[in-house]
Design a protein around this ligand. Structure first.
Ligand SMILES: [Zn+2]
Ligand SMILES: [Zn+2]
Length: 208
């Protein structure tokens, strides 16, 4: 595995890349966005309910995007398929853990996706949500989806930690990791597309 991973890193990771800067930009943008949007929300039980519903929407969206866009060659989205293919090629069910910080190149979304998420996807969604449901729901929805981005990245990262470290000392996280490890096996195009939680795999029969 060592030789395979060394060759993979040399082939795929650009020379200028620094995993430490990637992690710092993710944490910086993410915590800034959560604090900024969270401070604008008028918090009451309705806002909390809308945040919950937004998270339910987000996990559904992520399942379908993962299953039908990242595991298929969709015209115009070949780059997304290729990046996800790198993730599956570097991390396999018997080698789930990252070893060096630069290995997050094949794990975290690139910073430009995070920036597009906040500058394009969220404003567009906020606009549509505001038109459909009224302006008072917009900020809780944006907060829920802001929170989701961080939850998604952190849970997926946790699933690729070395066994028995950090949250992987606890049973629920071990189960989530085992669920994701099956997705990193030869069943990758067929099973366990839920990354943060497996509900859609149970509902649609893709749970293995
Ligand atoms: Zn993974
Ligand atoms: Zn996948």
């Amino acid at each position: 595995m060592d030789r395979y991973r060394r060759a993979f890193r040399q082939k795929v990771i650009p020379r200028y890349y620094r995993g430490s800067l990637h992690v710092a930009s993710f944490v910086g943008i993410q915590s800034g966005a959560v604090i900024l949007v969270g401070s604008k929300v008028h918090w009451n039980w309705e806002a909390v309910l809308i945040v919950g519903l937004s998270l339910a929407y987000a996990t559904t969206f992520t399942y379908f995007l993962h299953r039908f866009l990242l595991h298929r060659k969709v015209p115009g989205l070949g780059w997304a398929h290729k990046m996800h293919h790198w993730h599956h090629t570097f991390y396999q069910s018997n080698s789930m853990e990252y070893e060096e910080l630069d290995d997050v190149y094949m794990l975290l979304m690139p910073p430009w996706i995070q920036i597009l998420y906040y500058l394009l996807y969220l404003p567009a969604l906020a606009l549509v949500a505001g038109l459909v449901f009224g302006s008072e729901v917009t900020l809780p929805i944006v907060f829920g989806l802001t929170l989701w981005y961080g939850i998604y990245e952190l849970v997926h990262w946790m699933e690729h930690l070395p066994s028995g470290t950090g949250p992987l000392r606890f049973r629920p996280f071990q189960r989530l990791r085992a669920h994701h490890a099956i997705h990193h096996s030869s069943l990758k195009d067929k099973a366990n597309f839920g990354i943060v939680e497996p509900s859609w795999d149970y509902i649609l029969g893709t749970k293995k």
